[in-house]
Design a protein around this ligand. Sequence first.
Ligand SMILES: [Zn+2]
Length: 363
Amino acid sequence: MLKKILTCFTLLVALAFASTASAKTAELTGINAYDLDARTVRIEISYRGGPLKEEDISSRPLLKGMTLNLENCSPGKPGRVLNKQIQSGARDLIKEIDINETGKKQTSVLIKFKTFIGSDGATINLEPADRKEKKDARIVIDVRKVDVDEAWPNSGKLERPDDPYSIDDYNGDGKIVVLDPGHGGSDSGAIGPTGVREKDVALSVSLKAQKLLAAAGYHVVMTRTTDIDVAAPGVPDGVELQTRVDKSPPNTDIFISVHCNAFSNSGANGVETYYAPANSQGAHLARLLNEELLRLGGLHNRGVKSARFYVIRHSKCPASLIELGFITNHREEKLLADEDYQQKLAQAILNAVNRYFNQGGND
Ligand SMILES: [Zn+2]
């Protein structure tokens, strides 16, 4: 459902700068946002020094906002409050602009919008200083104001009154989520009666969840994005699984391993989620995942269980391993292979993650 709104912001450089410029650090001097016309808000971020080049700027769309990461740029003198002018028309769109020093000569600009922006998103241009107009060099961002329903016709569907979260809570705030699609490469995982492979289902659902989570502002790390052995084909299981655990950055917030269940009797069916013994945060995550997966309806609840699976036992953060259904069950094999159902599973993962962070991760 959310997948359409993830837009790539186009980075356009209006004017090329002479390449002889020194590598002087740019320093932000001010921000001005105003209505360019009825449908466009222009945000001008002024700076001195530099000049900044196209490769110094990267942007990431958030569900209701965007972040700009600026290299070779400092936010300005310590303690100096950057002059931010959000003029009246632009206030319809812009909720807040935050500037942060994220490293040596690295600055991030977080622009929060009050509404979603359309699939065309925003364009970013670089403008040189204009001495006549007494304007510093600028990063110019044009954002189109788009009606929510026009930009994302299905947005209303997420606002179910019985939901414990609202659409405003879809903000991952950069929390780090590791998604581990089970198996891959030489290891197919379980195989269903018509040949559906666990490794393919796990990857497909995880990639869909990755898109949804990223659109909601989470920083998503995938242990694999293609059909590969993460370590190498034929290595011992412990090596393969530890390699997956090691993909987690040190400050990872949660780890979710995605699998399908299997049993010799094709009658076995249902959803189950796991956490490592004595990991209460992991148990909480597993419980939320279980609830959200069951909301899809029609599948039997096999419960939330503790187990000593390698990846959840060795992850240093709250972790859960989820079994989406039984690939050895005829009906569930068919569901698991279905793109629409996979999208719903991905949405369920997003919902659980949102609930986990919105409720502070405590029982
Ligand atoms: Zn598995």
